[in-house]
Design a protein around this ligand. Structure first.
Ligand code: CP
Length: 306
């Protein structure tokens, strides 16, 4: 991979995604063996710039950068000069002037990472931009699938939940289609945006249709903070008519796994039993998150595009 930035999964080729996954699998193996001292980013600096809340993404980027030997600084919009009216572009220029090498950005506006990337010399990694993309989440999802099944080509992946507001669903769709998986989607009509069929998704009319024969069943969080109301009557009714439970999972393929990007609304998108059960790979996804982010930072740093 020879890119300055990782902004989404529409741009990278199948080969670039496979290169990230191959290195990610190696990083995951070494992390499991207890290794925490890698030298790939020795002498480099990484700033995480988060304008939205995060636990998994921010912490795993910070750990990934530290395990790789980088200097790391975390900036939250709530405690930065953004509160005094400083623009994103001026914030980026300030970080560039400090000779910073990487900016990992999460922003509520779709396209903010692209704007920043066009302005700064540092490598920019999109850690989630509005309802647009969350490429590193999708890549960590692929890492968990690839490690478990040994391949992604030919897998049937069912994605159920708040697809309208989900950047995770879009990045998964773009990447999984490149890697040769079948992507099914199911949501209440009010939470299903138009246009995903044209991008290769199979839009299903029931939970059972989506999950039928699926190898991977991925629940997506109901994004309460992005709902304007009226998309569904209540969380209880959502769980009853749209959530994934043990009865729905009986339609999945033998050996199917349950995934969720987190944070989970327990008992809404997935039952407690599925979240904590044998088929759940949700904790594995968290380790994949550190490994795949180590791979992305390493590969961007090795390239010549700056
Ligand atoms: N999956 C995900 O992006 O989680 P956080 O919001 O905790 O980073």
């Amino acid at each position: 991979m020879n890119r300055k930035d990782l902004l989404g999964l529409l741009q990278p080729s199948e080969e670039e995604i496979e290169e990230i996954l191959t290195l990610g699998l190696e990083m995951k193996r070494r992390l499991r063996a207890g290794e925490k001292s890698f030298g790939e980013l020795k002498g480099k600096s990484v700033v995480t710039l988060f304008y939205e809340n995060s636990t998994r993404t921010r912490c795993s980027f910070e750990l990934a950068a530290k395990y790789l030997g980088a200097h790391v600084v975390n900036i939250s919009a709530s405690s930065s000069s953004v509160q005094k009216g400083e623009s994103l572009v001026d914030t980026g220029k300030t970080l560039d002037a400090m000779k910073n090498d990487f900016i990992v950005i999460r922003h509520p506006m779709g396209g903010a990472p692209k704007l920043l990337a066009e302005t700064v010399k540092a490598h920019v990694v999109n850690a989630g931009d509005g309802m647009n993309e969350h490429p590193t989440q999708a890549l960590l999802d692929f890492l968990t699938m690839k490690e478990h099944f040994g391949k992604i080509k030919g897998l049937k992946v069912a994605i159920l939940g708040d697809i309208r507001h989900s950047r995770v669903a879009k990045s998964n769709l773009y990447g999984l289609k490149k890697l040769g998986a079948e992507v099914r989607m199911f949501a209440p009509a009010t939470l299903m945006p138009a246009g995903l069929a044209a991008m290769g998704a199979r839009i299903c009319s029931s939970r059972e249709e989506a999950v039928g024969g699926a190898d991977v069943v991925m629940g997506l969080r109901i994004q309460l903070e992005r709902q304007k109301g009226g998309n569904f009557p209540s969380l209880g009714e959502y769980a009853r008519f749209y959530g994934v439970n043990e009865d729905v999972m009986k339609f999945a393929a033998e050996g199917a796994i349950v995934m969720h990007p987190g944070p989970v609304n327990r008992g809404v998108e997935l039952t407690e039993g599925l979240i904590d059960g044998q088929q759940s790979y949700i904790e594995d996804q968290v380790l994949s998150g550190v490994a795949v982010r180590m791979a992305i930072l390493t590969l961007l740093g090795r390239g010549t595009q700056r």
